[in-house]
Structure formats: structure tokens, C-alpha cells
Design a protein around this ligand. Sequence first.
Ligand SMILES: C[S@@+](CC[C@H](N)C(=O)[O-])C[C@H]1O[C@@H](n2cnc3c(N)ncnc32)[C@H](O)[C@@H]1O
Length: 272
Amino acid sequence: MHRFWKTVTLPLFEAIGAHRVMEIGSQSGAGTRKLIEYCRTHDARCHIVDPFRPPGYVELEPELATVGKFHEALSINVLPDIEPCDAYLIDGDHNFYTVRKELEIIHDVTSNKAASSASSHGPLFLLHDVCWPYGRRDMYYQPSNIPPDHRNLWARLGLDLDKDELVDHGGMNQHLAQALCAGGNSNGVRTAAESFVSDHGKQYRFYVIPILHGLGIIIPSKDEQQPYGKIVRELCETTDRQRNLLELAERDRLKLLVKLSSIHGDTAKPIA
Ligand SMILES: C[S@@+](CC[C@H](N)C(=O)[O-])C[C@H]1O[C@@H](n2cnc3c(N)ncnc32)[C@H](O)[C@@H]1O
């Protein structure tokens, strides 16, 4: 997700005037470092949530402490107790159960903003992996974190383009626990985003940038005419021809990633 920073995330943060920002899923810390820098230069605060500290945390921690906090936890366990934010980067556990819950908790926390200093706009949600492979398929970093009733059947096997089922040999992300089949109404990050938006009537709008595994953007419908809402529309309201071209380029990129993973194992690290 950090690869969207310069073209999408930063312009949106600046346009919404984000003073409180959250990153769910830090991993290498690449996005976290950008958030810290943003907070330093924009008089903002950040919350970073991940059950694991990023590499180099010892050096990062003093810098982070001046502008925010690292919550070493699963998102849904701590979100209810963190102050409301103006913008949320959602890139943690890539499955329907977790993402649907994250969105609902954030909705509740931000709807009750009376005691907060969060701005009157937003919340802005940026969700990574709303396209292939995890838009319509669950992935579980730790399957036992998901209640069995809410978990799809899964295996640690690879993925191939155009195949709903996992493949026995090769394929992408062979080391990760992923749903045996794609599709259905409780499978994948995009399905969770759509379910959230649909369950809240016309309160939110959902947009997709269909490259780099897909970036989903959810904003309150009332903000569509705000400067940041206009940037979202500029980024996402492509013509059909432009969208077809983006999807074509992404498909070629994915084909190469699958091929590389099949040859070298998972060294291509496609989900960051
Ligand atoms: C795809 S990586 C994040 C990449 C990062 N956002 C970036 O742009 O470089 C996913 C991260 O989410 C973390 N994670 C997994 N389950 C989580 C959960 N339930 N809550 C928060 N973070 C979670 C993993 O430990 C991993 O570090």
C-alpha cells in the first residue's frame, strides 16, 4: 500500500487536513515511516496497529513516540479504544471477517466524534488488496485468529490467475493460508468493503483504483464535493477505455508475479 503514498495517500491527507491518521498493518514499516514524516511536518498524530513490530523498530520507536503510538495488537481488539481518526489505511489481515469488523468499528468510533478533535470531514478509508488476489478471496495471517464460523476453508497453497481454486504446485503466495475457493458473499477484502457500504444505505461511496492489487477508497457521500472528494473522483472516475487499459497492465504484471513465484517460491513478495 505504501506505493500509493505520493500519488494518492499524501494528496488526500493534505486535502482533508488529516490531523489523526491510522495505519493497520505495518509489516516492513515503509508506510509507517511515511506516516511519521507526515505527522512531523503536518502537526498530526498517528496510530500504527500490527501484532508484530516492523524490522528496525528500536530505531523507529523514539521518532514514533513524538507523533504517535504503536499498538502491538490485532486491529479489532484495539480499534474501539483508539481515538477517532480522519483517515485510515487498512492493510492488515486480508479477509472478510476482519475487514468488515474493522470498517464497522471505525464507523462507530467516528460517528461518535463529540469528544474528539477529528475534522468535520471523513473518515477517509484507504483499503489495499481490493483486486486480485484478495479482493474476492480470504487470506489469514493466523487462521486461529478468526472464529471458525467466520472462516472459509483454507490451505497453504499457491494462487494462479483465472483459477478460483488453489493450485497444488507453484503459484503465488504458497506460504500463506488462503481460502480454497474465491467468491461468495463472505470472502475477500472487496466483498467486505461492498458489504459495509451497502449495509449503510447511501452514507458512503466506494471507489477502486484497479492497479497494484487494487486500492479501495471509501468516503462519506456527503464529502463528494469537498476538495478531497474531488481528488478521489479524479483518481477513480476513469472512462471504460482507460479502466480497460489499467486492468490490462495490471493483468500482465500479475502474470509475471505468478510466474516468478512459481519459479523462485515466494521471493517476489507480491502482497506488500
Ligand atoms: C500487507 S502487510 C502491510 C503492508 C504495509 N501496509 C505497507 O504498505 O508496506 C500486512 C500486515 O498486517 C499485519 N496484520 C495481520 N493481521 C492483522 C490484524 N488483525 N490487525 C493488524 N495488523 C495485522 C501483518 O502482521 C502484516 O505486518
